[in-house]
Design a protein. Structure first.
Length: 279
């Protein structure tokens, strides 16, 4: 009752509250509609042929693409996480306050965050596929995606480290710990939940990426045997099925499995983040 009276006394607050509720309801309904539509179209078309060990023109198996998605995600994170985290550590802990060099890095980082993924794909195509003569390969896709998610990891890690209270640093230095020990024992563990949040966002972008991989990793529907193998991920597999226009039902099933893969990866990352935070 008190809130209702408050809103009646302040009409602008009432209008703002109504708009916020409408936006929230529209967002929730949109998400529910998208997920429900994928479930409605995808589940009835699932069959064992879609999970055959090898892709053929008859079964349209997505199992090799699932394997490629997990492998590419793992390799990309192995490259991007150390570079991104240590870059953020340098920007926050080692760089001079107000440095023009640091401002330049941050502006560049923000700019790279807004570049469309197809531009990264074009860069990877010119730099790795053609100039390095790697051809369409897993390693070209991995390095391109690592470059693409670096700005995200750097920015989220930087914010997480900056959120650690200075009293933690002062206490560590007061006990005789050095700079490096303070960073690895005090600061990074305290900032780990925020760092993991950025990594989870990066995983979502990697798993859902299509444009950059078409130009770098290729579209071969076989499981990658080497880093030089041309291959496709689950999202690229979905694009190819829809692009051909002959396997729409299989594309809906692939979308359903892709949704499950993303949800599982995010859930697993959330569990790991909670365990690290509790420790």
């Amino acid at each position: 009752m008190n809130k209702i009276k408050e809103y009646l006394n302040h009409p602008k607050s009432l209008v703002l509250a109504i708009l916020i509720m409408l936006c929230a309801i529209i967002t929730i309904l949109t998400v529910i509609f998208i997920i429900g539509y994928i479930l409605f179209k995808g589940i009835p078309n699932l069959n064992l042929d879609l999970f055959a060990l090898k892709y053929t023109s008859k079964n349209q198996s997505m199992l090799p693409s699932i394997f490629n998605t997990l492998l590419l995600t793992l390799l990309t994170l192995i490259i991007a996480i150390p570079v991104g985290v240590f870059s953020a550590v340098f920007l926050v802990e080692y760089s001079r306050k107000g440095s023009k060099f640091v401002r330049l890095i941050r502006i560049t980082n923000e700019t790279l965050s807004g570049i469309p993924s197809i531009v990264y794909g074009l860069f990877g195509f010119l730099a790795f596929v053609i100039s390095k003569q790697w051809g369409y390969s897993l390693k070209a896709g991995v390095i391109t995606l690592a470059i693409m998610v670096l700005p995200l990891i750097i920015r989220t890690t930087e914010e997480a480290i900056m959120a650690v209270p200075n009293t933690y640093r002062e206490g560590s230095f007061g006990l005789g710990a050095g700079k490096l020990r303070t960073i690895f024992v005090i600061i990074l563990p305290s900032a780990m939940p925020g760092i993991l949040s950025g990594i989870i966002l990066a995983i979502g972008r990697i798993v859902g990426e299509t444009a950059a991989l078409i130009y770098t990793a290729g579209t071969v529907p076989d499981a990658a045997e080497r880093l030089s193998s041309s291959t496709r991920t689950l999202s690229v597999h979905l694009y190819c099925l829809l692009n051909e226009g002959l396997f729409t039902n299989e594309a809906y099933s692939t979308a359903f499995v892709l949704l499950l893969v993303v949800l599982d990866i995010n859930a697993l990352s959330g569990i790991i983040a909670k365990r690290i935070k509790n420790e």
